[in-house]
Design a protein around this ligand. Structure first.
Ligand code: AMP
Length: 621
């Protein structure tokens, strides 16, 4: 069976792992045994591509030829220079992923084409999509995008039968995530998740560098010299950043440390830095940042409707959790000592490998339930505004809804004879629509010119296990409908061709990496192609059928009778339906079965009506 790699594509470092005999193992660089690949890409003066430690080593000398922390840029429509080339964030990430895949190929002695890649739980859709794109560019079929804390929890509690509620605190180089995860009888469920995509060790390095610059300036002005301007000198700034990071790491193990950097340049002056940093100085600098993480912890507890005393365990993930102040603060606030038994740098990749094994059908005995990190909704007119000029955010899928999720809501047209509706999709938590992030839009046209104001338009959102959003709008009067798989933030211009862009990216990367990625197996250049295998939900629904047949006595409850009828209807249209529709139908069937078993009549009726609706439009189509 082809292994599925588990990849932690980190802001600072990346790690690859694989599941073997039910246990995850980190794969090292076959050349030097290093298990962590710095997420750094560079071009040396001879034009050779450098990845990882080699690129990091040249960062001080050639910061302009070196790209770091590209993960912070994922989902943004920018290009970064690399020597003569200009690369998009997914292209840079693809170089890192390709390097890890090569390590794995050398270690396993076979080609690998499949991977599970982790992202911070707080990543929005455009960032997730950019990550998938990076995987495809690296010649990898990204079988699943998994939240980092979720992956970590998969490693931490391998076999717990009784319910365990775990807080995963993940403070890495560039991002912070906190999740509350429930584990029980092999089922993992994320109860709540919060975070900040711009908070981590990189920020601490910057703070410490500013402190070093202040000290340098202080000592120079003491000598009566003119003020310094270090901003213009990138090499000096990069050296100081490196010195700051190293000092920070030492301060995790020592209470003070000396920093000595000679021959720093400011204009044509040579400067020498020699100072001593106390751990308490550093802790003071980062205290506001740590306080922000605690606010996220509090919000996550609130969302999970729990108090700290109910947590069975607190686990630490990410290199920055080695800072002693982190565990001290958590111990004080959560009234228990956090555990960091598994290397906080490797934990996430190990969990991704466990997830990969699960998908490959290996026996690891765990199921993953993920949630939507943001509320998804649309822009609507504010009904309380008599002038009807302001718009507000109407949530459709609330934050923390388990994935895959489907929700629909009915809205109304704004005036008589309205011929088109623009469904603008946003994610975020604010009622003020502009404060949320716009992730795309959909035009529903050719509405009935005779329809009065207030005619119903239903909008359905589907979010799959990878967090990808599908939107469908249906005019209830005419049956006219429109659907879109949103590009999330990366709204491609009408005249752009994603397949051509993908080929161009692959060509550029192929040149840099010295191999053709176009030939990589299992990679499609087209976006969102239909899968030929039945979805996991389809499998779950089929399994439910089997259980029913094996159960002996036929189940005579009316709800089950209705469910059978609905299931038969679904089977009739399954062949003609799109992948998204099949997923929607299967999800509704699964939820109907749950509602029937739990005897939730209202819920059952509601779900049955939704499925009927969908079947009606599919039958019409
Ligand atoms: P990650 O993104 O999880 O790989 O974490 C990398 C971050 O952890 C970087 O900002 C590192 O500087 C930081 N880090 C690694 N080791 C230590 C340490 N001993 N003390 C403090 N920070 C560390």
């Amino acid at each position: 069976m082809e292994p599925i790699l588990g990849i932690d594509l980190g802001t600072t470092n990346s790690v690859v792992a694989v599941l073997e005999n039910g246990k995850p193992r980190v794969i090292a660089n076959p050349e030097n045994g290093e298990r962590i690949l710095p997420s750094v890409v560079g071009i040396d003066p001879a034009g050779e591509l450098l990845v990882g430690t080699a690129a990091l080593n040249q960062a001080v000398l050639y910061p302009e030829r070196t790209i770091r922390s590209i993960k912070r840029q994922m989902g943004r429509e920018i290009e970064v220079p690399l020597g003569e080339s200009r690369l998009s964030p997914p292209e840079v990430s693809a170089i890192i992923l390709r390097t890890l895949a090569r390590w794995a190929e050398a270690d396993l002695g076979r080609p690998v084409t499949k991977a599970v890649i982790t992202v911070p739980a707080f990543f929005n859709d455009s960032q997730r999509e950019a990550t998938r794109q990076a995987g495809r560019l690296a010649g990898l079929d990204v079988v699943r995008i998994v939240n980092e804390p979720t992956a970590a929890s998969l490693v931490y509690e391998p076999n717990c039968e009784q319910q365990q509620r775990i807080l995963v605190y993940d403070l890495g180089g560039g991002t912070f995530d906190v999740s509350i995860v429930s584990l029980e009888g092999g089922v993992v469920e994320v109860l709540a998740s919060h975070g900040d995509t711009h908070l981590g060790g990189d920020d601490f390095d910057q703070l410490l560098r500013s402190e070093l610059v202040d000290r340098l300036e202080g000592s120079e002005s003491g000598r009566g010299a003119a003020p310094l301007d270090l901003r213009g000198d990138v090499a000096t700034a990069a050296r100081l950043l490196r010195a700051a990071e190293e000092a920070k790491k030492r301060l995790s193990f020592e209470t003070f440390t000396a920093v000595r950097e000679e021959f720093l340049k400011s204009g044509d002056r040579d400067l020498h830095l020699e100072t001593e940093l106390e751990r308490s100085d550093f802790e003071e600098l980062i205290e506001p940042s740590l306080e922000r993480t605690i606010q996220c912890v509090d919000r996550a507890l609130e969302d999970a409707r729990m108090h700290a005393g109910q947590l069975d365990r607190v686990i630490l993930v990410g290199g920055s959790t080695r800072i002693p102040a982190v565990s001290q603060l958590l111990a004080a606030r959560l009234e228990q000592q956090p555990s960091a038994e598994i290397d906080p740098d490797l934990c996430v990749a190990l969990g991704a490998a466990v997830q990969g094994g699960l998908i490959a059908g290996e026996q690891v005995g765990r199921v993953l339930v993920d949630i939507t990190p943001h509320t998804l909704g649309i822009r609507v007119l504010d009904s309380h505004d008599p002038m009807r000029s302001t718009t507000i955010f109407a949530p459709i899928i609330p934050r923390r809804t388990p994935l895959p999720a489907i929700r629909s809501e009915t809205f109304q047209t704004a005036y008589d004879g309205q011929e088109a509706v623009e469904v603008e999709v946003f994610q975020g938590e604010s009622r003020e629509v502009e404060r949320n992030q716009r992730i795309g839009s959909l035009m529903l046209e050719d509405l009935s010119p005779h329809a009065p104001e207030g005619s119903p338009i239903s909008v359905r959102f589907t979010v799959n296990l990878n967090g990808i959003v599908e939107v469908r709008a249906v005019d209830r009067v005419t049956g006219q409908q429109a659907a879109a798989r949103l590009q999330r933030g990366t709204e491609t211009a009408a005249d752009s061709d994603p397949a051509a862009q993908h080929r161009a990216s692959q060509e550029r990367l192929g040149n840099l990496l010295g191999e053709s990625l176009l030939a990589a197996a299992g990679v499609s250049a087209t976006e969102g192609q239909a899968q030929s295998e039945p979805s996991e939900l389809a499998q779950a629904a089929n399994q439910a059928d089997v259980n029913q047949q094996e159960g002996g006595e036929p189940d005579e409850r009316p709800a089950i009778g209705e469910l059978r009828t609905l299931r038969a209807k679904v089977e009739r249209v399954r062949g003609q339906a799109s992948e998204a529709d099949v997923q929607e139908m299967d999800l509704l069937l699964t939820k109907l079965r749950e509602a029937a078993d739990a005897e939730h009549e209202e819920e059952f009726k509601n779900l049955a009506a939704q499925l009927d609706d969908l079947l009606f439009y599919l039958d019409e189509a």
